[in-house]
Each structure stands twice: as C-alpha cells, then as structure tokens.
Write a protein that binds this ligand. Structure first.
Ligand code: ADP
Ligand code: MG
Length: 330
C-alpha cells in the first residue's frame, strides 16, 4: 500500500520557498528517513502532509486516501512525535500518556494496557509518577514519544526525536522505533544525524532547500558518489627519525617529508582529496582496488613508515557533499 504520496508540493512562507516542488512516496512497512540540514524543510513537509499547515500547491494522499484538515478517520490512524516537546507539566508520565491515548481510545481498560505498553517501549518504568520537570532531557523526549505512539498508529512521524539526548536515551529511542516498525507501523523519521538515519532507515531521502535531492537505500545513495573509500594512515617517521615509538609522538609535524609525500599522494590517479592532520594522512579515493596500494607505495618510496591504516566506505555526508558541494554536519 502507498502510505504517503506527495506530488508537486509547494509551500511558501511569504518570500521564502520552504518546499519547492517536493515529491515523496512511501510504502507500507518502511522506516523512511528524511535527512537534511536545519531549515531544509523536513518539519514543514510533515506538517503539510498532516494538514497542520496550509500550502500553496500540490497533491497529497495519506494511507491511500486524499487527506484534508478534517480527515479525522485518517488522522486517527496516524501518530506524530513533534520536534518540540508537547507534554503537560501538571500531569505525571502515566497521566500524560493516558491523556494523549484518550484522544483516540475511549475504552479505559484497553487504554491502561496501551499506556503500559508505551511505557515499556520507551523504558520509562521507573518514572511512572514523575512529572516532566523532574525528568532529564532524554527522558522527556522518551515521554514525548510514548504520548505520540500509545494508540498504536499505522503510520508514525518522528520529527528529530533524538536531538540533544544522551546516548542511552538515543539507543532506547532507536530501539523503540525499530520495534514499532516490526509490530507493523510505517515510520517516517527526520533527522540531521546521518549516522542514525543510516542505521535505522530502510530508505532515505536527502533534502535541502525544500527539494528532494536523492532517494534510495543507504547502499543506493552511496553508489551515487565518486568517492569509494576514505583512507587514514598514521605516518610515523621520516628517513632519519628514531624508531623508538615513544619518541614518535613527540615529532612535531608537519615534517617536510610528510608534506612531500602528501604532494605525491595528491597526484595519484585515484585520489580525490588528500590532507595531513598532524601526522595523520587522510585520503578520499575514487573506486579502485589499487588505491591503498598506490598510497603505500608512495610512502615506501619516500622512506616514510606508518602505523595504523584505516579504510572506511563512504558516508551519507559524502553523498550530500557530492550533490550540494557542502558538508552535512553530524
Ligand atoms: P527543518 O525542519 O528541515 O529544519 P523547517 O521545515 O522547519 O526545516 O523550515 C524550512 C524553512 O522554512 C526554513 O528556512 C525556516 O526558516 C522556514 N520556516 C519554517 N517555519 C516558518 C514560519 N512559521 N514562518 C516563516 N518561515 C518559516
Ligand atoms: Mg524541523
């Protein structure tokens, strides 16, 4: 089933075009990631899809039906975890979740079970009677999530649910989202943290300036980039330097030998970029099996020895960099 189908969506805030002919198609069962820097239009897209914002142009279908601001039957099947925390300060954890759940479910006994399930899902068992102001930032985020998902919606939007949370809460949140998806919910997840999106999402859209720049699985997106590999090599010493490793650390780069080798590495056929960070040589390479060998040969010829060698596949940041010419900071 087509859970979300957006075509030609345009949203202006006065002069500013926040969504610029935006298209999006999401199938049932996906964890779909909207990845883009702050201000790229992620929240605006969600709010338009949910008819919480008016828009200038475009066609929207949600859960296989046209949606309007009064489509309560469709909205009942949707959950939203907003970017800005929306909980009541005077209600405790259980009461908050129960309140939001009561907007959809009137049967009290059924609700009690659902609230319990939501508490377990986000790991708030020890905080049932806590009011929000007694909770840490990460725990409030978890409460915000529990409030949005307790009624077991078919489609759930998570708008930057992990901003400024501690690693433990972040893991609990990502794990909870995976479980909701396994239980049958389709998930739309926005973030500017590329690593999260990479780990969590079945498909990813990279957006910027209100436009979809590229969409695909993590692997498909990475195939778009010319950079195939990042190589990091710890350079240890020049020709005459002492072999004692305890002295290696006290060498003060940039040594002329390193600088010279850097120039040679830059001229290699597969090098895209190369730089020296202290005594670490960082090289981005185009697709090739011989790239690493060629670099090591240059170092050998220059009589530079090396310690650790790391090689990493490209990141979504490389994809973003290649498409937009700028970094997507994580
Ligand atoms: P994101 O969620 O990706 O950070 P937003 O959808 O919040 O991006 O914002 C997209 C663009 O629209 C930004 O340039 C932002 O400044 C602008 N914008 C968002 N909300 C408003 C508003 N209520 N009035 C005017 N401009 C807005
Ligand atoms: Mg936002």
């Amino acid at each position: 089933m087509n859970v979300i189908e957006v075509s030609g969506l345009i949203k202006r805030y006065k002069e500013l075009v926040a969504l610029d002919n935006f298209n999006l198609s999401i199938q049932a069962g996906e964890i779909f990631g909207l990845l883009g820097p702050n201000g790229s239009g992620k929240t605006t897209a969600i709010n338009c899809i949910l008819q919480l914002l008016t828009y200038d142009k475009g066609e929207l279908r949600v859960l296989d039906q046209e949606i309007s601001p009064t489509s309560y039957d469709i909205k009942r099947r949707i959950g939203i975890v907003p970017q800005n925390i929306a909980v009541f300060p005077q209600l405790n954890v259980t009461e908050n979740i129960d309140y939001f759940c009561s907007l959809y479910i009137s049967d009290k006994a059924k609700r009690r079970d659902l609230v319990e399930e939501a508490i377990h899902l986000v790991g708030l068992e020890d905080f049932r009677r806590f009011r929000p102001r007694k909770l840490s930032g990460g725990l409030i985020r978890r409460l915000n999530i529990a409030c949005g998902i307790a009624h077991k919606p078919e489609l759930i939007f998570f708008d930057e649910p992990t901003v400024a949370v501690d690693p433990q809460s972040r893991n609990a949140i990502l794990e909870g989202i995976r479980r909701l998806n396994e239980q049958g919910s389709t998930v739309v997840y926005t973030s500017h943290y590329m690593e999260e999106v990479e780990q969590l999402c079945t498909r990813i859209m990279i957006m910027d300036h209100g436009q979809a720049l590229a969409t695909g699985t993590n692997m498909e997106l990475k195939k778009l980039v010319g950079i195939n590999e990042r190589i990091e090599i710890e350079l240890l010493e020049g020709l005459d330097a002492a072999p004692d490793p305890s002295q290696v650390a006290t060498l003060t780069p940039p040594s002329p030998a390193f600088e010279h080798a850097l120039e040679l590495v830059r001229e290699l056929p597969h090098t895209v970029t190369a730089k020296l960070d202290g005594n670490t040589l960082r090289v981005s390479c185009a697709r090739s099996r011989s790239a690493l060998n060629e670099i090591l040969e240059v170092l050998n010829h220059s009589s530079i020895t090396y310690g650790r060698v790391y090689s990493e596949p490209p990141t979504l940041n490389d994809v973003f960099l290649e498409i937009t010419g700028k970094e997507l900071r994580d």
